[in-house]
Design a protein around this ligand. Structure first.
Ligand code: MTE
Length: 322
């Protein structure tokens, strides 16, 4: 496990070494969780590997931008947003954009199961044609204290929930990323609890901000950003935004996410952005903009409190901000 830290702005972290696996696996898992989500490497230049081929859904883009969701921040340069990624299935560093081109996008079957009227298996191409696509510009805040502002294309997750017809007992939606052993070298890192899992409460999943993104910058979403469909919850830390989803399970039990399994003291279920609640090892008071390198103050709920603060009323006993 190589952890590189080569920029002054990066958050502090402890390094984990492969030797530790042999010494104490439990301790090692903690180290991975503590360190690797904060790891970074230099961005790759945009190359031919990033070129997106034609696909049966390419004609859906660009979708009309919804002017209700724009922000007063400069949109991040596309070249930065598509070459500085977290996608551990392709490597535990930021420069996975070339490796991610191996991801096989078709066929892509999505399972909807658990507490629903009837379990559904649906092909991505069919699903996306049923959904109301629009473009929205959102801020995005990673738990590592970097931020970007990007135009996603996608559909409200509420439309997917309506399509799924959950039973009244459903309290959460658990989401799961694809596991392609032949294309995802990260899956060989057995100390991670694959598959990548994330979850939302029903109130969060049906909030108007919650988007299932299928596009970015007016085109189909690049593989490294989570093709063909990924979650976007702009008021939460970036790790909630699970990529390349193959399953939505409606459940009455709170899902335990990938990072929570690795280190529950540092990465919780709710993970709402709050500048006043530091990560155990670094401050969350400010964030570094991917575009300019400028550091700006972080806002509660990443500036989306008007949309989401009500969800958490009366939940003071919960760790809402980690
Ligand atoms: N989803 C999967 N399947 N695997 C991952 O490693 N990383 C998360 C999230 N979704 C991750 C994932 C983290 S830590 C972040 S910050 C965002 O994806 C990064 O999204 P981006 O690469 O599009 O900026």
């Amino acid at each position: 496990m190589l952890i590189r830290r080569n920029k002054g702005w990066e958050i502090p972290e402890r390094d984990a070494t492969p030797e530790a696996i042999y010494k104490d696996r439990r301790q090692f898992l903690k180290g991975i969780a503590a360190g690797s989500i904060g790891a970074s490497a230099a961005a790759l230049p945009l190359g031919s590997a990033l070129a997106q081929g034609t696909s049966p859904t390419a004609d859906l883009y660009p979708a009309t931008r919804n002017p209700a969701y724009t922000v007063d921040r400069e949109i991040t340069e596309k070249a930065k947003a598509v070459t500085y990624n977290n996608y551990y299935e392709f490597g535990s560093h930021k420069s996975i954009s070339s490796a991610a081109q191996a991801l096989k996008l078709r066929p892509w079957t999505i399972k909807i199961d658990g507490l629903v009227e009837k379990p559904i298996e649906i092909d991505f191409d069919e699903l996306v044609h049923k959904m109301p696509l629009e473009e929205r510009v959102y801020r995005f805040r990673c738990v590592e204290a970097w931020a970007m502002t990007v135009p996603w294309t996608g559909f409200p997750m509420k439309a997917l929930v309506d399509f799924a017809k959950p039973l009244s007992g459903a309290k959460y939606v658990e989401m799961e990323t694809a596991t392609q052993k032949d294309t995802m070298p990260g899956l060989r890192q057995f100390w991670y609890p694959w598959p990548y899992i994330e979850g939302l409460s029903m109130a969060e999943a049906t909030n108007e901000l919650t988007l299932i993104a299928t596009g970015l910058y007016g085109e189909e979403i690049p593989k490294q950003n989570g093709a063909p469909l990924r979650l976007v919850t702009p008021w939460k830390y970036g790790f909630k935004n699970i990529k390349s989803i193959v399953r939505f399970t409606f459940t009455d039990k709170r899902p335990v996410s990938f990072w929570e399994q690795l280190n529950k003291d540092e990465y919780g279920f709710w993970a709402n952005v709050n500048p006043k609640v530091p990560h155990p090892r670094w401050s969350q008071a400010s964030e570094r903009l991917l575009n300019s390198g400028e550091t700006v103050p972080t806002q509660i709920y990443n500036g989306y409190g008007d949309y989401v603060a009500d969800i958490y009323k009366g939940m003071d006993d919960e760790k809402l901000f980690m």
